[in-house]
Write a protein that binds this ligand. Sequence first.
Ligand code: B12
Ligand code: SF4
Length: 521
Amino acid sequence: MKILLYNPDNGVTRNFMPHLWMFLLQSLTPKEHEVVLIDGNAKAMSEAELVEFCRKENVELVGIGAMTRMVARAYKFADALRDAGIKVVMGGPHVTECPDEALGKDGGRRHADAVALGEADETWALLVNDAARGELKEIYQPETDQKGNDKKPSLQPYPHIPWETLDLDQFSLVPSFMRGFMSKLGDGWGKFFVVPIETGRGCPYGCEFCTVTGFFGDSIRFRTNESVVEELLRLKARARKEKGQIAVFFIDDNLAINKKRLKTLLRDIIAAGAQLPWVAQISANLLGDEELVDLIADAGGKWVFIGMESIDPANMADVNKNFSRPGDYQAVLDRLAKRNIYAITSFIFGMDNDTPGVADRTLEQVNSWQPGLPVFGQLTPFPATPLYTRLEKAGRMTRPKHWLEFAPFVMAHTPLKMTIEQARQETLHAWQLSYSPERNAEALAAISDAPIGYRIGHLVARFFFRGIYFPQMNRRAWIKLLMQNRRTIFSLTKEGVSTWRAAKRKSRDRIAEVSAINAEN
Ligand code: B12
Ligand code: SF4
């Protein structure tokens, strides 16, 4: 049987990284079946084009995964496929939280023939074999323990994802018109991939807005260090072979949740020479340990994503996240910057104690810290979270099924001290100011004593991160962006060229010196 795993595009931005679930399920598929992957964010397709593709390729089963934000689009694709007589199975966080919606048991249209609830590592092969026999059931769900909770996959052993041979072309971040030129730079930048790797699952913190504790559980499971190191080494070999660049996103929700374990993993990565540039999510409260931060830097860590959420401790308490203290943020960022590690700082507006002006107040703080990459979202009640329950009980939801009428930056409930429109304006304002050419230049000036390579990396990262909010999907958009930032680019290029010339001159002089010494002897 031929299976397509499909991830719908989010309709607003372009993801910078493929989704791990697709590769994971592909490697867990019984060998007699063939699996193809399409990520709508990388390869845009209409519903009709997808149906046509499935017909031409004789695809018999389509697996669609979606977060809440993308689920309305996922349903549209699923409907078109089912109308064409192709079986559809859906999985991922949203359908786990709202299975009746996907199965049409809540009064709406049915979108999926089957749903896979929760972690599907151990149910996928069963589901595929049932589908091949024409005996697909409606619901696939992990076995439960005595307390009725899902039995979670242990991650030991962990499936082998053949990164070294997979066709990753659709996921290269280098726009095709720049590939020829970029491949000649340094060790080669003709292709640049960010690859997702997990080292563990689960988070015990239970922040009010987050689905992770409910979905993956509050006890944490880890892969073995050996299996992570082995995966990194294969990726490193691929980057070398293709003269491209590969960076890794450790997608664990909190990579340092067990500091002792993380230290052993980082030491093993260093010992095996398995370093690749990487980014990971770590909460601020776990970044106070100097030894840990040293190891992060030595093991290739370049960016740390920190869910800072708000600079207001009252907001942090409201969402059950006061383990992360705004007063500590500056020290955390200084500690990282000392090792040339960037921080991606994530903020949420529209919290209950937010008032108009929250964007400017937040940016004033952000701009006084080490420059990083700030991102801004809004408090969103995802189904099955404690936040959803609280707001629903209080009768504060304005769009209880907001995912079916997704609107970027329009909140689904009214915050207590501002309007929904004010929250939208604050969010737009924060994005616009944070990635303007002026702010880019200021951020670069603030790290003018850092090595040139680090500063170039910072500017490039700013260009990509701005793309989360400002659509940047074609050649024109890129050229416009480069023109707007031409002064900063020009001064970095000038400095880069003279640094390179000086290094070349120095190495020539050194060679001449050594030859002279040899001749004298
Ligand atoms: C990496 C990540 C991202 C990446 C993008 C996704 C990517 N390319 O990987 C980035 C950083 C861009 C991102 C962004 C966002 N993310 Co995010 N992200 C994650 C994260 C940390 C890891 C995802 C992952 O790979 N998990 C590991 C895999 C193995 O788990 P999985 O995807 O759930 O898949 C398993 C099962 O669900 C199932 N499954 C999944 N799909 C399918 C499909 C089929 C057919 C089947 C059978 C089974 C199946 O099988 C898998 C194996 O068991 C998760 C949290 C988490 N730990 O999952 C949040 C998470 C998915 N993100 C979340 C959110 C809210 C967002 C944002 C909307 C945040 C925002 N406000 O902007 C944005 C929007 C995304 C966008 N614009 O496209 C929420 C989603 C909640 C929900 N109900 O939808 C999560 C769960 C985090 C949270 N705090 O609650 N995210
Ligand atoms: S620390 Fe992160 S992953 Fe854990 S519950 Fe809070 S927001 Fe979710």
